[in-house]
Structures are given as C-alpha cells and as structure tokens.
Ligand binder design. Structure first.
Ligand SMILES: [Ca+2]
Ligand SMILES: [Ca+2]
Length: 208
C-alpha cells in the first residue's frame, strides 16, 4: 500500500478513535450515605434532606439507599430545602448529560420538585426541570457548557407550602460527557507515534 495512503489512514484512524469516546464522569448511588453532598435548609426549620437506607422505601427505580426530603415522616409544616452535589470536574468534556432516578409525588398545591445546575460554584443556578406533577423514574438532561467551563454542581430542590403525604427522593445521579478534541500535546504525541509506526513499516523489508 502506498506509504502516503497508509500515513493518512493512520491519522484518520487515530482521530476517530480519540473523538468518539464517551465517558462516565461522575456517579453517586447514595447506597452508603449522602457522600460529600450537602443540604440547604432554606426555611431553617431543622427538617431537610437526609439519607435513607431502606430499599423498600426507594420509589425512584433505583436500589439500596437514596436521598430523601421526607414530608410524610417529618410532619413538617412546609419545605424549602435543597440537596446539592459536590463540584464535579468536567474539564476536557463536552456534550454533558446529567441523569438521575427520582420520585416526586405531588399532592400539595404550589408544591414542586426541581433540578438545576451551576457552573460558578453555586453562586447562580440554571433550571433543568421543575415537576409540579407526580414523576417517578429516570430523567436526563443535556447541558451545553460555555467554552472554558471546568465544573458543574447539581441541586435538587423540594418546595412544599404544607405538609405532604409524600416526599422527594433522589438516587443514581450520573454525569456523562464526551471527551473534547485531543489537546495539542496529545495530538502531537499521537502523530509522533504514527510516524514511528510508519518508519517501522518502511524499514521492515530491508531487515531481511
Ligand atoms: Ca441507591
Ligand atoms: Ca427545611
């Protein structure tokens, strides 16, 4: 095969291999606690998100432990509370997808369960979802990050202006992304590897 053709086929193969990779960036199953997630008790009543380790109470479609803002058991008069992720490093990724298993059972007028994200360490939040009707199961959202964004945070917020027979549950939070184009140093390294390979091909016949 013509050496030039081999050279460009090699580059093409390397390029395709690098650009199609999709990775799991982050997962949290809440099976052994809330991990390094934090809670915000916005209405400051002492009732807020907590870990629950009773799988028979997990109505999200997930398994094992989960996070829950539990109106029913607490008997709290109202809820305004958020479950907030740690900073998730998404440097080098694009096409970010967030997914989670959730259970929100709506029975209080004006109550809602929402999902939002922040790219500025929690200073401001962008809505992804706001459920004002019962929703149970897997949900996912695509996030388009501005160029230069390096991290995201997630917030699951529960608002109930009265006691509810139900609750808001979250399990199996996952962040996926596609690896961005290869940085220049890596591209040069791959190019170098390709050239070494070609050199080997060219010199092989002379070794006999
Ligand atoms: Ca779980
Ligand atoms: Ca509260």
């Amino acid at each position: 095969m013509n050496k030039i053709v081999v050279f460009f086929l090699t580059l093409l193969l390397l390029g395709v291999t690098v650009n199609v990779s999709a990775d799991v960036i982050y997962t949290e199953t809440f099976d052994s606690g809330l991990g390094n997630w934090t809670v915000e008790d916005y209405n400051a009543d002492g009732y807020t998100w907590e870990h629950n380790n009773n799988p028979s109470w997990n109505f999200t479609g997930g398994s094992g432990g989960f996070a829950m803002a539990d109106s029913y058991s607490s008997y709290a008069n109202d809820w305004y509370d958020a479950l907030i992720s740690p900073v998730i490093d998404v440097t080098g990724y694009s096409n970010i997808t967030v997914s989670a298993n959730v259970s929100y059972q709506h029975d209080v007028e004006d109550g809602y369960a929402d999902v939002s994200y922040s790219v500025d360490n929690g200073s401001s939040w962008t809505p992804l979802e706001e459920w004002t009707a019962t929703y149970q199961g897997t949900a996912s959202w695509d996030i388009t990050l501005d160029a230069g964004s390096t991290d995201v945070m997630l917030s699951f917020e529960y608002y109930q202006p009265a006691w509810s027979y139900y609750e808001y549950q979250v399990d199996d939070v996952r962040v996926d992304g596609a690896a961005s184009a290869v940085p220049v140093p890596s591209a040069l390294w791959l190019l170098g590897a390709g050239l070494i390979g070609l050199t080997g091909l060219r010199t092989h016949p002379h070794e006999k």
